[in-house]
Design a protein around this ligand. Structure first.
Ligand SMILES: C[S@@+](CC[C@H](N)C(=O)[O-])C[C@H]1O[C@@H](n2cnc3c(N)ncnc32)[C@H](O)[C@@H]1O
Length: 312
């Protein structure tokens, strides 16, 4: 793992550090984080320096340009079908180490939201459960993208009626909780955690969220290859702190979209990013993303052809 000079930026509601997440977690005091909302490297491989260099060169590796259907310019997406058994074991190991480092730092009843992909989610979930986190379901982000649904490569004319994989229309976010101390009500009183904040008096938080790919205006502010949209993240960060108090951690913040969402929602957060380039991007992008108006996309828009083509 690359060693980077420690860089810190603090504001009234958030602090961000250019640091390796594992190093930071191992030094952090116990019971000092109230929730985690994160979009880690799904396949691990795609954020290694070798693969990032290939992404920049635009040639080979795990980052591929999806096939064009309407002449629009495509942005690279990581392909998870190329993972070897060794890559899969490394991924299990990564989430095992993450769970071990996080467990003492999170307060009892703290929730962990982890973005993943249907092809690799089991490799992330298993190690978290084995290290003591309770599975609390999955948030399904309905979002239509361009991945999957293609006919067999070099035999598409012969097998016109066949798709190799289903076309991807959703993104799973695993939901986990560190066990509560006693009943949920006791835990809420002591730690301020254990449940999820309701949308309103009449509406509980739901595990199905209609979304849309990240809007191009957000990509312009934060050109990270995996930028998540503010309209979605603002719903998640709000749910993560049931009483609206405490600190949310994003240990793999990329360009800081979770931190921006927390800031927009008036919640405290901490973001960690190892890559200097993405950390600098986050420094500039967080206040700008946080200042964007909350404009949830309509369902009609979601079911129409997506405008943005990244894994985001
Ligand atoms: C999927 S991206 C997150 C993108 C983010 N959701 C956004 O909207 O910009 C995962 C990020 O984790 C970072 N990362 C990978 N391993 C890390 C580690 N050990 N410590 C800190 N950051 C790490 C990568 O550099 C990458 O930017």
């Amino acid at each position: 793992m690359a060693t980077v000079a420690p860089v810190e930026v603090h504001n009234r509601l958030f602090s961000v550090y250019q640091v390796d997440a594992f190093d930071w977690l191992r030094r952090r005091r116990q019971n000092s984080i109230h929730a985690v909302v994160t979009d880690p490297p799904y396949g691990l491989l795609e954020y290694t320096s070798t693969e990032l260099a290939k992404l920049k060169r635009g040639r080979g590796g795990v980052w591929r340009i999806p096939p064009s259907a309407d002449g629009a310019k495509r942005r690279p997406l990581p392909r998870f079908t190329v993972l070897t058994d060794r890559d899969k074991n490394a991924l299990r190991d990564f989430f095992g180490q993450f769970a071990e480092a996080l467990f003492p730092v999170l307060v009892p009843g703290g929730h962990v939201f982890v973005a993943t992909n249907p092809l690799v989610s089991h490799l992330a979930y298993g190690p978290l459960i084995e290290r003591g986190f309770e599975p609390r379901g999955e948030i399904i982000r309905i979002v239509r993208r361009l991945r999957g649904g293609d006919r067999p490569k070099n035999a598409h004319l012969e097998f016109r009626d066949v798709s190799v994989l289903p076309k991807s229309c959703w993104e799973p976010w695993g939901l986990f909780r560190k066990p509560c101390e006693g009943r949920v009500q006791d835990n809420l009183r002591k730690w301020g955690t254990g449940g999820l904040r309701r949308i309103s008096d009449a509406e509980p938080f739901r595990d199905l969220i209609f979304s849309a790919p990240t809007h191009r205006s957000e990509h312009r502010l934060a050109p990270h290859p995996s930028l998540k949209p503010q309209h979605f993240l603002r719903q998640i960060v709000r749910a993560a702190l049931p009483l609206g108090r405490g600190t949310i951690l994003d240990p793999f913040m990329g360009s800081g979209s979770t931190i921006a969402a927390a800031d927009a929602a008036g919640l405290k957060s901490i973001g960690l990013e190892r890559e200097p380039e993405y950390f600098q991007m986050a420094e500039g992008a967080i206040p700008k993303l946080a200042a964007l108006p909350a404009t949830p996309p309509s369902r009609t828009r979601t079911s129409a052809a997506p405008r943005s083509r990244r894994r985001s």
